[in-house]
Design a protein around this ligand. Structure first.
Ligand code: ZN
Ligand code: ZN
Length: 575
């Protein structure tokens, strides 16, 4: 090609692209869409509080974080100047662990919680709430089944789960299933037991217990762990696509109102793993949803081997890995410990220490499957025996399938022992802890579950910090409402319902609690390159608070309000 022709060619190409560009975007390329200034802008970069005066956003990304005068250079004719008026701007919260889809189900359930979260203080009141709910619920009317969530035995006057006869008193016509707040056990009335085929002849499944009456045979209605999980597919409750879509939208709104811009769907069910990608395709999600399907139920599903299993979101949805449940709930007294429960449940001898969901022989197969496929594995482990099992399984599977950067996650790890901390650190197991328990069940753990000594160091955020480990804190919603400020408050204050200070050594500063809600869970999800802190190039995912948690009275952190939530530059919630 002659030199003149070459130049003409280049000029033509240049004109073509520049014209093309200017059709899409007539705005000056070098200026920002929005500049935020005039408040406490905390970058969450580094281990000490770091403020900038201004932050500039373009096309959903941060293009600048620094001084106001430098930001002003990006102020063009179309730039929106957003004066924070003293409010606090942070990276959007990243959910360490919860169950996005189930929060939707809770939104159409009765409120069986106890004060301050609900009205139920005893079984009489539980029956009353059920009757009122059944009279008005469109779901009950349409499906002729009563499925409700979140009774809490530890807060009931009777200090136990309701039994079959107490639900029969509400209805013998409709099947009733009442799920414990942990999600690990449920009570069925006689009609529901018959419907799922549980009788005096039914044997306990592996990793589950069908509780019995005094004769040792007749089911009393309470199904623990796998005994409960196995009946779920048998329930004739098939929501319509419209019902599911509406529930999921309600759920997303709850999280967004609390400042979350990334939400986890832990242990996604076979039904929901079909629904969520469909909703994503329709553009239903405003923020990012990362799903971890139930490994046991979905190991053979092609979706785990498809394009959605990715580090990148498509229409705000991706599959991040898989989840497995290894033990139960401490307040439900099914979590697996090395030492017996402080007060063993009725019908158990004094050595009762809970139980695992799987033997080592069965569990290793699941670890190997996940590690072989390089699926990030979330492991529900509460008791210290379950954590020992996690360490054993990880070691064995990692020898067979070594990987440089796997980030297996210990979900809850509530009764992690001091000697286990170094082991999970050496194994590169990421801890997502549950300090909300210190408020919700701290008193019950001291008085009934593990006794005062072991309760002291539950959710040991302080020990992890001592070892300079990253960790996240989570709500496990719908187990506890995804209230971001209460989450930070409990990690900072560790006071129980009766105002007892539980494990002062494990308290963390507000800044560390914010790290555990932003940059560290971003790392947990392999998203630290695009989320979790305010630096050039990352997503413009923000939460704006009416006060600065760093400067507020720690006792009043839970009164701080989310004023606005911003996802990739767009406001998705405004108070
Ligand atoms: Zn769990
Ligand atoms: Zn969970």
């Amino acid at each position: 090609m002659k030199k003149g022709l070459l130049i003409l060619f280049i000029v033509t190409i240049y004109l073509f692209f520049s014209c093309n560009n200017s059709f899409k975007r007539p705005v000056d390329k070098s200026t920002a869409d929005t500049i935020y200034y005039g408040g406490n802008i905390i970058t969450m970069e580094g281990d000490f509080v770091n403020y900038v005066e201004a932050i500039a956003v373009k096309d959903g990304k941060i293009i600048f974080a620094g001084t106001k005068s430098d930001a002003n250079k990006l102020n063009g004719t179309h730039t929106k100047m957003n004066d924070l008026e003293g409010k606090t701007l942070l990276p959007g919260f990243v959910d360490g662990h919860s169950h996005f889809s189930e929060v939707g189900l809770q939104s159409v359930s009765a409120n069986l919680l106890s004060p301050p979260d609900g009205p139920v203080k005893n079984i009489d009141e539980l029956q009353k709430v059920l009757r009122e709910f059944m009279a008005v619920s469109p779901i009950v009317k349409a499906h002729q089944i009563v499925l409700v969530m979140n009774y809490d035995n530890s807060q009931l006057k009777e200090q136990r789960s309701p039994i079959r006869q107490e639900l029969d008193a509400v209805s013998t016509q409709l099947p009733i299933i009442v799920i414990h707040q942990s999600g690990h056990l449920a009570v069925l009335n006689s009609k529901a037991l018959a419907m799922v085929g549980i009788t005096a002849d039914s044997k306990n499944p592996d990793g589950g217990i069908i509780e019995r009456e005094a004769d040792g045979k007749t089911p009393n209605g309470v199904l623990q762990e796998n005994a409960f999980f196995q009946i779920i597919p048998k329930l004739p409750l098939k929501f319509t696509p419209e019902e599911v879509a509406s529930m999921i939208q309600t759920s997303e709104a709850i999280y967004i109102k609390n400042g979350f811009t990334t939400i986890q769907d832990g242990k996604t069910t076979p039904v929901n793993i079909k629904v969520l990608p469909e909703l994503a395709k329709k553009g239903a999600f405003k923020v990012d949803i990362v799903s971890y399907p139930d490994l046991v139920l979905l190991s053979k599903d092609s979706i785990l081997r498809g394009p959605l299993m990715s580090k990148k979101y498509t229409n705000h949805f991706r599959i991040g890995g898989v989840k497995i449940t290894m033990d139960g709930s401490p307040q439900g007294k099914t979590a697996w410990f090395t030492q017996p429960y402080y007060k063993v449940p009725a019908g158990q001898d004094s050595t009762y220490a809970g139980y695992p969901a799987f033997t080592d022989e069965k569990l290793i197969k699941w670890f190997e499957l996940a590690y072989k496929n390089n699926w990030q594995l979330l492991t529900h482990t509460n008791g210290d025996a379950a954590i020992d099992q996690l360490i054993r399984m990880d070691k064995a599977a990692a020898i067979k399938y070594p990987a440089k950067d796997r980030r297996t996650v210990m979900i809850h790890g509530q009764f992690l022992r001091h000697d286990q901390v170094k082991e999970i650190m050496d194994a590169d197991i990421f801890a997502s802890l549950f300090p909300l328990h210190t408020f919700n069940w701290g008193d019950f753990h001291r008085q009934s579950v593990v006794g005062p000594e072991r309760a002291e160091n539950m959710s040991p955020t302080g020990w992890l910090l001592e070892n300079k480990m990253k960790f996240s804190i989570h709500s496990d919603a719908p187990v506890i409402f995804p209230n971001s400020m209460q989450l930070i408050s409990t990690a900072v204050n560790r006071t129980t319902r009766t105002n007892y200070l539980l494990g002062p050594k494990q308290k963390i500063s507000p800044y560390v609690a914010l790290q555990a809600m932003t940059i560290w869970p971003a790392y947990q999800h392999f998203e630290e390159d695009v989320k979790g802190s305010l630096v050039k190039g990352k997503n413009a995912d923000f939460v704006i608070l009416d006060q600065n948690p760093i400067k507020a009275d720690p006792k009043k952190i839970n009164e701080i309000k989310v004023m606005e939530t911003i996802k990739e530059g767009k406001t998705v919630y405004k108070n």
